[in-house]
Each structure stands twice: as C-alpha cells, then as structure tokens.
Design a protein around this ligand. Structure first.
Ligand code: HEM
Length: 405
C-alpha cells in the first residue's frame, strides 16, 4: 500500500493534489489522528455525506469549529430549526433582491478597486482586488459605514486565521475570540438603532424578516453578519483570484474567455471544481454509516475533502486538467445555483451565497478583462497557492498597458 501523506505536513500544504490521489485510491476512509476525524475523498462518498438523504449526519461540529468566533448561526443548526432560520436569510441572496438591490453595489465596489490601479500598469490582483472586493460588497450590502472598512478587514483576517488554525496556536485562538467581542460591541448598537430606522439595506431586511412567526434576535443578527463576513469574504476572494490564476496559466483559454464572455460562467465553474476555495468541510455522524471505503461509527467526525472529490477520475475525465470547455461539468445558471461540483457543498447547507458569489465573480472577471485587455502575469511571477482548509493564490502580480487617469 502507498504511504498515506500527513495532512498537516508542509508537503501537503505545498501541493495537496498528489496526496488526494493516494487517499482516493488507497485509503478512501482514512482515520486522521491529529484532527480526530475520518477523512473521505471520493466524489461519491462526499456527495452522499453532503446530500444526507437519510439524515445520518449533523453539523454539530460547527459548535466547536465556528461558534467561538461567530456565535450560533445556521451552519450548526439541523432539521426544522435550520430550515426556518435559513428561510429568514436566503431570499436576500438571490432573485430580484440580488439583481435589483445588490448588483449595482457589486458593480460599483468592483469598479472602485479597479480605478485605483488601472492607470499604473501593474497590480497584485490578490492584495489590491480579490481580498478587498467581496468584503466591501458585504459591508455595503449590510448598510454599514464604508469608513470602517479597515476595521472589517482586520476582524475578517483574524477570524480566517482562527478557522484555519489547525495546529491550535493559542495566540491565533485568543485573537479570534477578541474579534468576537469587538464585533459584538460594534454591531449590536447598530442593530438596535436600525430596528427603529429600517432602510433598504440587508441589515434592515434581517431585522424585519419573519418566518412562521419567528424573527431574528439582535444576537442572531450579529452572529449571522459575522458569519457573512467570513463565509462570503474569504471564499469569494479565493474564487476570483483562482479564476485568474487558472486563466493566466492557460493563455489559450484566457483568450477564448476574452472573445466570448459567455464563457465566464464556465471559467468560474471549472475553477470551483479544479481549485475550490474551501477544501475541507466536517460533519458529525448521527448513526453508523457505510461508505465506499468502509464503515463510520455513530458519533464520529468526518472530514470531507472537497478538493479531492472534485478531482475524482471516476466522476471527471482527465480530472487534473483545467478545461473550461469540459463536457462533464455544467455551470450553474441564473436560475439554478446547483453547480456540477462540490465546491458549494450540496443538500440542506448548500451555500446560501452561491448566486451572490456568482454575481460577484462574473462581474469582477468581466470588469477586470475590460479594464486590462492585455493583462499577463508579471515576468518571473510564479503563482503559489496557500492554505489547506481554504486555499488560493498568495499573490498574483500582473502587468498591462495603463489607461490615462
Ligand atoms: C455555506 C462555499 C460564497 C454564505 C457554504 C458551504 C460551502 C460554501 C462549501 C457549505 C458548508 C457546509 O455544508 O458545512 C462557498 C464558496 C463561495 C461561497 C466556495 C464562493 C465562491 C458565499 C457568499 C456568502 C456565503 C458570497 C454570503 C452570502 C454562506 C452561508 C452558508 C454557506 C451563510 C451556510 C449555509 C447553511 O448552513 O445553511 N458555502 N461559499 N457563501 N455559505 Fe458559502
């Protein structure tokens, strides 16, 4: 049997894909001592756990994974309570609300960032664009003060570090918990004030939302907004950067997307399959469950490797090839967010922000292509990906012909 690589080793962090292959082929149900979890990597197994047709899994693991920084949110709820709580927030992220209220915000926030560097001739698309854009969008959607952006970026960075702190660094843990306090002190007075002065922003929508006589408390709203900043910020930032990293490394496909903007949706979908922003999602088993590689006992933690499942040769032809035209992947549409890969998960916890993410990435990609018709990787720049829980390019230096101010 081939040696199963250590998921916390530097080699794994540098390039997890060879390890994913070994896991899929030789150890599809792998006990991982350090995280105390069963690791699964095959498409059919991860899909089955996410869909959870027979109610064999819960998301109780989020009680210890994310509640310490965000408070209690829909992520850790199950059953009817989850359904009602999710229904309170979901409508704001799709359909007419998204198209009419928030698309103009998305377009404006993207343009503001691009205007700051388009006259310079070079930019780092990660630090100057991707890490700022989605968080600015959420702050603006919520109707919070733009002047507080720096503070949001700081909080967001410490929450992300907390969630990715697989080795348990106590300073990172303490900083994450401090952020929870600071965020509550900032947002709770704003929520109370907003309840008396409802406007057209997302925070007002959350204050007013009602399903089956249930409303969100101030604490619920604070926790959900905290989750939004992390769940909607970091993931989308990595998605945009990865779309460009993949296209810049495949110039023929970049040229095709430039020529036919209808292909942007395909570039996004293939990027989510090939280099998903979120690589690991956990679940808790409620009963004994039989998967393709063996049986998981009741009460166990399961780590679903999205990055491995999305490259399963039993699901995709030539899975390690980036190919926006592949015929075994159907991109999501304006009406169906359910894309043909596992990057947004599936089932009850399927990403609530999938349409929003699609709108942000497609708007961003189109605007960046328009602003920089000859964008290319800076000479000598090698794209390095980082992160094992979430993953994306560390930086992306590009050059282009500057426009006059
Ligand atoms: C859930 C990925 C963008 C908000 C999820 C889950 C994944 C995911 C994998 C499932 C978690 C689980 O099953 O345990 C992504 C990716 C994104 C993205 C790859 C970008 C490309 C966004 C955005 C928002 C958002 C923009 C902001 C609205 C959420 C929320 C949940 C969620 C609130 C929890 C849903 C629930 O528990 O019912 N996302 N997400 N996400 N996402 Fe996203």
């Amino acid at each position: 049997a081939r040696q199963v690589p250590d998921l916390l080793s530097p080699e794994f962090a540098a390039d997890p894909y060879p390890a994913y292959r070994v896991l899929r082929e030789s150890a599809p149900l792998h006990w991982h001592e350090a995280t105390g979890s069963y690791v699964i990597s095959r498409y059919e197994d991860v899909e089955r756990v996410f869909k959870d047709r027979d109610g064999e899994f819960t998301t109780e693991n989020y009680a210890w994974q994310v509640e310490p920084v965000h408070g209690r949110t829909i992520l850790s709820l199950s059953g009817r309570e989850h359904a009602v709580r999710r229904a309170l927030v979901a409508p704001a992220f799709r359909g007419r609300d998204l198209q009419e209220r928030f698309l103009p915000v998305i377009e404006r926030d993207s343009r503001e960032l691009i205007d700051a560097f388009r006259h310079t001739g070079s930019a780092d698309l990660v630090t100057e664009y991707a890490t700022r854009f989605p968080i600015n969008v959420i702050v603006d959607m919520l109707g919070l003060d733009k002047a507080d952006h720096a503070r949001f970026h700081r909080w967001y960075t410490s929450v992300i570090a907390y969630l990715g702190n697989l080795s348990g660094d106590p300073e990172v843990t303490a900083a994450g918990e401090r952020t929870r306090e600071e965020f509550a002190a900032y947002l709770l007075p704003i929520v109370r004030e907003r309840r008396d002065n409802l406007g057209d922003d997302l925070l007002s929508t959350l204050c007013a939302a009602q399903v089956d006589g249930v409303q969100m408390s101030d604490e619920d709203i604070k926790a959900f907004c905290s989750l939004l900043l992390a769940a909607g910020g970091e993931t989308t930032d990595k998605a945009i950067a990865s779309v460009f990293a993949n296209l810049l490394r495949h110039p023929d496909q970049l040229a095709a997307v430039r020529a036919d903007r209808g292909l942007v949706a395909r570039a996004f979908a293939e990027t989510l399959r090939y280099t998903p922003p979120v690589h690991m999602i956990m679940r808790q088993s409620a009963t004994e469950v039989r998967l393709s590689g063996g049986t998981i006992p009741a009460g166990a933690t399961v780590t679903c490797l999205i990055g491995a499942a999305n490259r399963d040769g039993d699901r995709y032809r030539d899975p390690d090839r980036f190919d926006i035209l592949r015929d075994d992947l159907t991109p999501s549409t304006a009406f169906s967010a359910a894309a043909d890969h596992l990057a947004f998960a599936l089932g009850r916890h399927f990403c609530v922000g999938a349409f929003l993410a699609k709108a942000e990435v497609e708007t961003g990609v189109n605007q960046l292509l328009d602003a920089m018709p000859d964008m290319r990787l800076a000479d000598g720049h090698e794209v390095v990906e980082q992160g094992v829980f979430t993953r994306g390019p560390r930086s992306l230096r590009v050059r282009f012909t500057p426009v006059a101010r």
